[in-house]
Ligand binder design. Structure first.
Ligand code: NAP
Length: 230
């Protein structure tokens, strides 16, 4: 398995749910970790827990529905990592409410695209050039297996846009040791997934780590389904 000890990693949406599990696992693997949520208070207990266990961890806060806060987040992460981010885990997202067909508002589409597609894309845009220059990087963009649920159209379309970002970046990454892949975590009992979800949150591991631990030749542009490894 790939050794990622001392690699700099950013996990967005690390305060709870899937991001929290991924962050703890990356810390266990020896990464120097930057954990994100909207408020520093959101990641305080994780920061305290990991720091007490001897890990190098920093917390950052940003509302991903704000262009200026995304820009500030990028500046902060570059400063913390000395412009050397190795692993980007684009996990944070929002899901619009389940609602009647044709009902999502333009505002709901805009917010969904901003948080779930544009912010992750801007984070990729910010950190891919450095990864390519060093010829090492791992990016996971968390998507969803959602299909045929037009009641969640704004959410679903925003994930489709994120998948398209990954697909169209493939020729740029081909042959490099910078791998960018997608994760479908499965339907999990998180705040976003809700209590009816069939899978426990912890079932996202070890699958969620697989696209980080790939060797160069194992490729890019793939969709990993965490439940296949649960
Ligand atoms: N759970 C599922 O069944 C499921 C299924 C398919 C895909 N997914 C995907 O898996 C990922 C994680 O989902 P989850 O279930 O773990 O969600 P969750 O428990 O609701 O956690 C969401 C995380 O994203 C952050 N976040 C939410 N809105 C944000 C915003 N506007 N700006 C910045 N950060 C924001 C939250 O931070 P705060 O603490 O600041 O709120 C939190 O850390 C998402 O990409 C989701 O689409 C989940």
């Amino acid at each position: 398995m790939l050794n990622i000890k001392n690699k700099w990693a950013l996990v967005t949406g690390a305060s709870r749910g899937i991001g929290l599990r991924v962050a703890k696992e990356l810390a266990k693997q020896g990464c120097k970790l930057i954990i994100h949520s909207r408020q520093l208070a959101g990641t305080k207990s994780l920061l305290d827990e990991l720091t007490a266990a001897g890990h190098e961890v920093y917390a950052v806060a940003a509302e991903l529905n704000s262009t200026s806060q995304v820009e500030h987040l990028i500046t902060e992460v570059k400063a913390l990592s000395n412009n050397h981010l190795d692993i980007l885990y684009n996990n944070a997202a929002i899901m619009t409410k389940y609602q009647p067909l044709f009902a999502p508002t333009a505002e709901e589409y805009l917010t969904s695209f901003m948080v779930n597609s544009i912010a992750p894309a801007k984070l990729c845009d910010a950190f891919l050039p450095g990864m390519l220059a060093r010829n090492w990087g791992r990016i996971v963009n968390v998507s969803s297996g959602i299909s045929d649920q037009p009641e969640l159209m704004a959410y679903s379309c925003s994930k489709a846009a994120l998948e398209r970002y990954v697909r169209d970046m493939m020729p740029t990454l081909f042959g490099t040791n910078v791998l960018m892949n997608l994760l479908d975590p499965g339907w999990l009992k998180t705040d976003l997934g809700g209590s009816l979800a069939p899978n426990d949150i912890d079932s996202v591991l070890p699958g969620a780590l697989i696209p980080i631990l790939l060797e160069k030749e194992q490729g890019s542009g793939l969709l990993f389904c965490a439940q296949d490894y649960a």
